[in-house]
Write a protein that binds this ligand. Structure first.
Ligand code: SAM
Ligand code: CA
Length: 247
């Protein structure tokens, strides 16, 4: 019995290390993926940033190491050069992106909070990729509106990662569909929202999970019905929906 409690505690510790629990039903299988395929190939800078982030009180927000590996690979596969990120926190997904882009690649990165970005910035600088990042401390919507108004940004982004306020995802989508190029990809993160998308209406959910769940459900329906994109829902991290613009 005591052994069981201890092993559960150990597992909780390991998951905390990666920010949040995977949606995989088996903890052991998730740990196997991390230890066999992710951690041994994780760039030193990403490891360092992950460890710094693990000590931060909001570490549950970070992108998990397996998702970071996925994003890094995806960006290389699509030869992304001009990218955007909405929701930076301490910069784990940002660093995964920056390391994947060519030397002259660009990331327009937005977050309402600069302090957390600055926590990870020394690691990003040390990795030699900070020059690719244009960080704006701002809510994302007005920046997107300004770009659309400006007219020079239509269809210019190869990849956009959205990982911020879930109640605005559909507002972002209305604008991003115009800013991403045809053939480019938007990735919406947390689209399985802790598994709550299939929870019964009376399920005991944490307050913030319950609040944002309806927005995530609405987003998933809207993306599935949007003829301008092809989609692929992946159960990586907390669920990521890739949208490839086709018209
Ligand atoms: N991608 C990050 C990573 O890999 O660590 C995690 C991002 S975290 C889940 C969400 C972030 O969105 C927070 O840092 C928060 O400050 C930011 N955010 C919330 N509302 C926002 C808004 N309206 N515009 C831009 N960023 C926002
Ligand atoms: Ca996320």
């Amino acid at each position: 019995m005591a052994e069981n409690v201890e092993s559960k505690e150990n597992q909780a510790g390991r998951h905390q290390e990666v920010g949040h629990k995977s949606l995989l039903q088996s903890d052991a299988l998730y740990q196997y993926i991390l230890e066999t395929s992710v951690y041994p190939r994780e760039p030193e800078a990403m490891k360092e940033l992950r460890e710094i982030t693990a000590k931060h009180p909001w570490n549950i927000m970070t992108t998990s190491a397996d998702e970071g590996q996925f994003l890094n690979m995806l960006l290389k596969l699509i030869n992304a050069k001009n990218t955007m990120e909405i929701g930076v926190y301490t910069g784990y997904s940002l660093l995964a992106t920056a390391l994947a882009l060519p030397h002259d690649g660009k990331i327009l990165a937005m977050d309402v909070n600069r302090e957390n970005y600055e926590l990870g910035l020394p690691v990003i600088q040390k990795a030699g990729v900070a020059h690719k990042i244009d960080f704006r401390e701002s809510p994302a919507l007005p920046v997107l509106d300004q770009m659309i108004k400006n007219g020079n940004y239509h269809g210019t982004f190869d990849f956009i990662f959205v990982d911020a306020d879930k109640d605005n995802y559909l507002n972002y989508h209305k604008r991003l569909i115009d800013l991403v190029k045809i053939g480019g990809v938007i990735g919406y993160d947390n689209t399985l929202w802790n598994g709550s998308v299939v929870a019964p209406p009376d399920a005991p959910l944490r307050k913030y999970v319950r609040y944002y769940r309806d927005f995530v459900l609405e987003l998933n329906k809207a993306l599935a019905a949007d003829p301008r994109i092809e989609i692929c829902q992946l159960p990586v991290g907390d669920g990521i929906t890739l949208c490839r613009r086709i018209s």
